[in-house]
Write a protein that binds this ligand. Structure first.
Ligand code: FAD
Ligand code: NAD
Length: 158
């Protein structure tokens, strides 16, 4: 099977969009990710999957901490920035919660300590123990078939 067939099939699974944030020695890094899931209620665990080439790996491995910022439909530009889809440099304002850098105005900020990590092929899975959560009202940014979309856009036929 070729890679495009696999990606096209995975792209049929509509998701929200997150930016994973973490900081090492005061330097904040962000990375756009849609490979995110809720794992366990007791204890409260979530999972992210980070590609082996992503710089985010060494940051999470060294700090043992990350935050998952669930993006609203107003934050597509941030998703593009942290996926390397915008070529210009931008200065992003992070807020700080319990020592975690977070993106303000996200629908949710989920603060995690790494519980366990597991190398799966060309990605590393990080299971995070959730230490705190902040939430805001709003509609989500969505990703489907390799494109960004919104709930309002889908309701209007795309
Ligand atoms: P870099 O490539 O170094 O950083 C990404 C971008 O963020 C760069 O342009 C960098 O300048 C910018 N940036 C980082 N920190 C800051 C800062 N503090 N201030 C300003 N700009 C900053 N990859 C996965 O591994 N797992 C996934 O689940 C996943 N899901 C994705 C979902 C979507 C919708 C998209 C579009 C991409 C997804 N990717 C995923 C791909 C991933 O986002 C990119 O490969 C990313 O560029 C790799 O991150 P990196 O850690 O190597 O960071
Ligand atoms: P795409 O058509 O590549 O993505 C569709 C779906 O394929 C994604 O939602 C994801 O489930 C899967 N996928 C894509 N690349 C993958 C990878 N390297 N490993 C595992 N699963 C992957 O969409 P696009 O617009 O071309 O994506 C933009 C960029 O972001 C591409 O470079 C893509 O590889 C990357 N991306 C990576 C992941 C990931 O690593 N989990 C997820 C989404 C997008």
């Amino acid at each position: 099977m070729d890679d495009r067939t696999f990606r096209n099939a995975m792209g049929k699974f509509a998701t929200g969009v997150t930016v994973i944030t973490s900081s090492l020695n005061g330097q904040v890094r962000g990375m756009t990710a849609n490979a995110f899931m809720s794992v366990s209620l007791n204890p409260k665990l979530v999972l992210i999957s980070v590609g082996e080439k992503a710089k985010m790996n060494s940051v999470i491995q060294q700090t043992g901490k990350f935050a998952v910022n669930i993006l609203s439909d107003q934050q597509q530009a941030l998703s593009m920035l942290f996926a390397g889809q915008l070529k210009e440099e931008r200065n992003v304002e992070f807020a700080w919660m319990d020592g975690h850098p977070i993106l303000p105005d996200s629908l949710a900020n989920i603060l995690c300590d790494v519980d366990i990590s597991y190398i799966a092929g060309d990605h590393t899975l990080y299971v995070g123990k959730v230490t705190d959560i902040y939430m805001k009202e709003g509609d989500p940014l969505l990703f489907f078939a390799g494109k960004y979309c919104t709930v309002a856009g889908l309701a209007n036929g795309g």
